[in-house]
Write a protein that binds this ligand. Structure first.
Ligand SMILES: [Zn+2]
Ligand SMILES: [Zn+2]
Length: 186
């Protein structure tokens, strides 16, 4: 029987799979502006983690304002391309009814079950210690990320690469395919 899930009443707590790998605790500050995320503010923030063979390879949290500023720099053309690509998702309208754990048990776009995936990104939209999005958390497999990356303009790709350069010392390179970050990156 399929477990149904609703946001009536309290929001669900952030699942442990979205905790920081280094500390084992919830992410506590914005990677860009260092804003405290848990105590000081109720404003939304986004957690993104990339995993390969179940091992975390990169992760961060970014506050709503910084994420917004980042998106403003992305060309309209690229934003439309991302929106159209997300609209091809095979998961259907039942997705939002599922529990947080179920929502990250398959790729949101191609619906491939998580256990069949080698690399994927997961993303949650949170406030304080709670999940606040109906759609998220989401999982997007690296193969779908690569397809999305092909749709983006050079300027947008450079914009993403600068983010990685600033925070991780370079675009995900040798060990990690740089094309797997463009869709759910920020
Ligand atoms: Zn910030
Ligand atoms: Zn996929």
């Amino acid at each position: 029987m399929e477990e149904s899930f609703s946001f009536e009443g309290a929001f669900p707590k952030i699942p442990e799979e979205f905790h920081c790998f280094e500390t084992g605790k919830p992410f506590d500050h914005c990677i860009e502006c260092s804003l405290p995320l848990i105590d000081a503010t109720e404003s939304p923030y986004i957690i993104t983690r990339a995993l390969q063979n179940s091992e975390p390879i990169l992760e961060w949290a970014i506050c709503g304002d910084c994420s917004e500023r980042f998106r403003e720099e992305i060309s309209e053309e690229s934003q439309e391309a991302i929106a159209s690509f997300m609209a091809t998702a095979k998961t259907g309208p039942d997705h939002i009814l599922r529990s947080p754990t179920e929502k990250t048990s398959y790729c949101y776009i191609c619906a491939t079950p998580r256990e069949q995936l080698v690399g994927y990104n997961i993303q949650a939209i949170c406030s304080g210690e709670e999940l606040i999005s109906m759609q998220a958390p989401l999982l997007v497999c690296h193969s779908c990320e690569e397809q999305a990356a092909e749709l983006l303009s050079k300027a947008t790709k450079d914009h993403y690469d600068r983010f990685f350069e600033q925070h991780f010392g370079g675009p995900p390179g040798s060990a990690v395919d740089p094309e797997i970050w463009k869709l759910l990156s920020i």
